[in-house]
Design a protein around this ligand. Structure first.
Ligand code: NAP
Length: 307
């Protein structure tokens, strides 16, 4: 990418898109093309056709999607399937039609099989059944990964995709119904502390293991891969280290300085038992994460809840 290349970041107001914008700005890219969903509804084919014909972006980061935690994925199943398919079909196809030089599609580690051997290698995709709560989302995202792969094969495009692990950081969603586990927990513990509550109820058993990556580390990885990687394998992006939800809760409790009890509600679903990415490929491509989890959460908490 040249410093004045037209680079469209779809979903620039979201957690991932905004981190990619920050990274590109830091690197001195000056011709960023940004549209909110109000200005450009990516589920609307006509709008997307007109936008690509008019703006002719040279590079595309596709970080626009309908996303959420277990509850949202399980409740809005039709919407997650339809909207994600529409967004990615429109953007990936118009990128091909308009000669985009390179596109990056943001997939997700939650599209791997529920019982995938750990750590999860890129080759395990589609080797077993999905976690039922997010099957529609996974089906849509896999279609996106396969579109990139097959547009490369049939049309000679240069479209790549990445499989980020669970992310956290600025511009995350804090809505308790639709958010991911880490921001939801931070908010719960913060509110419990402010209100002086005696206990905090946490969903699930605390036993599942999860990996967390700061979104600024992800943006570094996306930039690095956009500059250096050409291939059909959707690349895992993670730290390569996981912790139990119980351990995460203890870290958050300590950072928030909450002194009450924790009650585990095991009637609520746990989701996949373990989700740790094998990061051998991305290490071999020259990228490793930098921000340690506890420091990342501490900074994130300070910026979001204390300043
Ligand atoms: N968050 C994670 O932990 C995580 C982990 C792995 C992978 N990912 C992937 O990263 C990508 C981005 O996730 P995120 O966490 O950044 O999500 P997010 O914060 O919810 O942001 C999503 C963005 O998509 C845009 N968008 C949604 N529907 C749209 C539409 N119809 N037209 C145009 N724009 C639309 C939204 O735009 P407006 O704000 O303008 O409405 C929003 O900025 C997703 O593909 C997700 O699968 C995320």
């Amino acid at each position: 990418m040249e410093k004045n290349s037209g680079i469209y970041i779809a979903g620039h107001k979201g957690m991932v898109g905004s981190a990619i914008v920050r990274k590109l700005q830091q690197e001195g890219f000056s011709n960023l093309i940004l549209r909110s969903s109000r200005e450009l509804d990516l589920t609307d084919q006509k709008q997307v056709i007109n936008f690509f014909e008019e703006k002719k972006p040279e590079y595309v980061f596709l970080a626009a999607a309908t996303v959420g935690g277990i509850q949202a994925n399980n409740t809005y199943r039709a919407q997650f399937l339809y909207e994600n398919l529409m967004i990615q079909n429109n953007v990936i196809h118009q990128s091909y039609v308009n000669g985009v030089k390179k596109l990056m599609f943001l997939a997700s580690s939650c599209i791997y099989p529920k019982m995938a051997p750990q750590p999860i290698k890129e080759s395990y995709l589609l080797e077993g059944p999905f976690e039922p709560t997010n099957e529609p989302y996974a089906i849509a995202k896999i279609a996106g990964v396969k579109m990139c792969e097959n547009y490369n094969r049939q049309y000679g495009c240069n479209f790549i995709s990445v499989m980020p692990t669970n992310l956290y950081g600025p511009n995350d969603n804090y809505d308790l119904e639709t958010s991911h586990v880490l921001p939801a927990l931070l908010r719960k513990f913060h509110e419990a502390k402010i209100k002086g509550l005696e206990y905090v109820e946490v969903w699930g058993t605390g036993i599942p293991r999860r990996e967390f990556l700061h979104v600024d580390d992800l943006a570094e990885a996306c930039f690095h891969l956009m500059e250096t990687y050409h291939g059909n394998v959707s690349v895992n992006v993670g730290t390569g280290q996981d912790i139990t939800i119980k351990e995460l809760v203890e870290i958050i409790k300590k950072i928030v300085n909450y002194e009450g009890e924790i009650i585990w509600n095991s009637d609520k679903p746990d989701g996949t038992p373990r989700k740790l990415l094998d990061v051998t490929l991305i290490h071999s491509l020259g990228w490793k994460y930098k921000i340690p989890l506890e420091k990342g959460i501490k900074d994130f908490y300070k910026n979001k809840f204390q300043d």
